[in-house]
Design a protein around this ligand. Sequence first.
Ligand code: PGA
Length: 250
Amino acid sequence: MRVPLLAGNWKMHKTVSEAVDLVKALLDGVGAPTDREVLVCPPYTALLAVQPLLEGKPIGLGAQDVFHEVQGAYTGAISPVMLRDIGCTYVIVGHSERRQYFGDDDAAVNRKLHSALAHGLRPIMCVGESKPQRDAGEAESVVVSQIHGGLAEVTAAQMNDVVIAYEPIWAIGTGDTATPDDAQAMHAAIRNVLTELFGDTVSSQVRIQYGGSVKPDNVDDLMAQPDIDGALVGGASLKAEQFLRIVHFQ
Ligand code: PGA
């Protein structure tokens, strides 16, 4: 059984005090979920401040990106060892904004993913097509190639710790969600690729989140799809009430 993972990607939002306030509000409302997993990914600058609040609580801590090297002369970079050191258990890799603004290609995503796994972090690897690619009928081939590139040299055993997030770029921050049917179709295609690469047992266990304008009013329909195993939430994760409603999807 795949345990749905509801994750908030706060992106470049929240000062330390705002992050602490949001985490406190989330803890107040999250309850004691047993059939789902909840995660927040604040900016680097707030991780250390919120970590003690989350200790022993039903909300996990993740980072939004990581560099693949462990230490060295890499100005501005943060290593997986540093993230583990401050209590992160997950890290997002390959988000489309990293691909677009910071030049992360599939090879870089693959290096980050391997480094995360090697240092005890669970990677959430994002894939997704642009609007022109979808309009040209290339959505599936783009996503399949990102899966192949990002998961190169990953073993079946390592896949236990990998989460995939399908995030169509045209749906991110636009209010324009993929329909539940379109999202399900892509999730099923991704699971087929995972079956080809790693076999049935592994592919049936890997969680595939949907991301892109997930909101309180569409989360239930998305989560009702058989191959959608959670949500990676941007905008709606910045408001406690909205994120809690998403966490408590029916
Ligand atoms: P959004 O962002 O929910 O604001 O569309 C999702 C994401 O980029 O992870």
